[in-house]
Every structure is written in C-alpha cells, then in structure tokens.
Design a protein around this ligand. Sequence first.
Ligand SMILES: Nc1ncnc2c1ncn2[C@@H]1O[C@H](COP(=O)(O)OP(=O)(O)OP(=O)(O)O)[C@@H](O)[C@H]1O
Ligand SMILES: Nc1nc2c(c(=O)[nH]1)N=C(CO)CN2
Length: 171
Amino acid sequence: MRSDEALRAYVGLGSNAAGAAEHLEQALAALAALPDMRLGVVSSVYATEPQDYADQPWFLNRAAELLPGADWEPHALMDALLQIEAAQGRVRSPDPALRYGPRVIDLDLLLFGDVQSTHPHCLLPHPRLTRRAFVLVPLLEVAPQIRICGLPGRQWLARLPWRLEGHRIFQ
Ligand SMILES: Nc1ncnc2c1ncn2[C@@H]1O[C@H](COP(=O)(O)OP(=O)(O)OP(=O)(O)O)[C@@H](O)[C@H]1O
Ligand SMILES: Nc1nc2c(c(=O)[nH]1)N=C(CO)CN2
C-alpha cells in the first residue's frame, strides 16, 4: 500500500477512428468505474493533426486526472489501461501501416505522482510526453502547475514547434 493517498495520476487519451468522441467518453467511464479510483478533472476535447505518421485521420485527444486509492500501484494501473483498450476493441499489430494507422483508443499513463520507472511495461513519466503537444496541451488544461522531470509543463510545451490550429478545442 502506498503512503501518499493524495497522489494524482494523469492519463492521455487518443482516438482517430470513426466515433472518436464516443470512444474517448467510453474510456473515461471505464476509468471512473475502476475499483477505488476517482476520476478528477477531465480536459476538453482537442482535434489534433496526426504526428509521427501523417497519412491518417486527425485525432481527438484528451487528458484526465485520476485519484487512485492507496492500494493502486503504477503497474496495476497500466494493466487496467491495457484492459480498457482491449475491451474497446484496440488491436495491436506489428504491421507499420496498422501500428501507426487509425486507432479506436489509445490510453497512455503519463504520470503517476512523481514515480519514475524504467520498466518497459510501465515507463514513467511517459517517455514521449514532453515532445507531444497533443498530450501536453490537454494535460496543462487539467494540471496547469504540473512539473515533469523537474521542469514546469509549460516550459516543455514552449520548446515544441506546435501550431495552435493543430489543437483546436472540439465542441
Ligand atoms: N507510460 C506508459 N503508458 C502507456 N503504455 C506504456 C507506458 N510505459 C510502457 N508502456 C507499454 O507500451 C505498450 C503500449 O504501447 P502502444 O502500443 O500503446 O504504443 P503506441 O500507442 O503505438 O505508441 P505511443 O506509446 O507512442 O502512444 C504497452 O505494452 C505498455 O505496457
Ligand atoms: N495528434 C496525434 N498524433 C498521434 C497520436 C495522437 O494521439 N494524437 N498518437 C500516436 C501514437 O500513439 C501517434 N500520433
């Protein structure tokens, strides 16, 4: 059992399959339904230009704050995210066209308090967090004062060549 009961975890959510907004809502409901878990602040929905593999539909991205009960550990939460993805029909494939193609739901564990982990199953902070505006923008909406690896989240975002029009709030 953890000693820090006030710990916050942050999850990044993404979808670029048909019905993306509903897939994100469904994942949020599943997170809220985890045992001994409270869903905290949830960001707006951001429509974002695809990064890394451009030839695919735009994404909807959100971030959510979680308040895990004291029995939750990072690995267990990571397992829970993978189970939610699988339950929503996420299929993983080694084929690059599919690996970087449209996805029903992607859940990334961005931060679990200030835990640092180099375990490949559960890397913390999430290794690509500080170079992805589509993650940092929603994360900063729910946690404006967040610090990542010792620096304010805003400073990480300021380093990125992100374009505002690529992160429109979707309503
Ligand atoms: N912090 C983390 N959040 C999510 N998955 C992680 C994390 N650390 C390690 N992993 C591992 O990464 C794998 C998930 O990778 P996944 O297929 O979702 O990558 P991706 O969505 O294609 O790319 P990206 O991780 O860049 O968004 C899982 O096996 C998971 O255990
Ligand atoms: N805009 C955007 N681009 C991406 C995203 C994502 O969620 N949003 N996820 C990726 C792989 O996880 C790759 N590229």
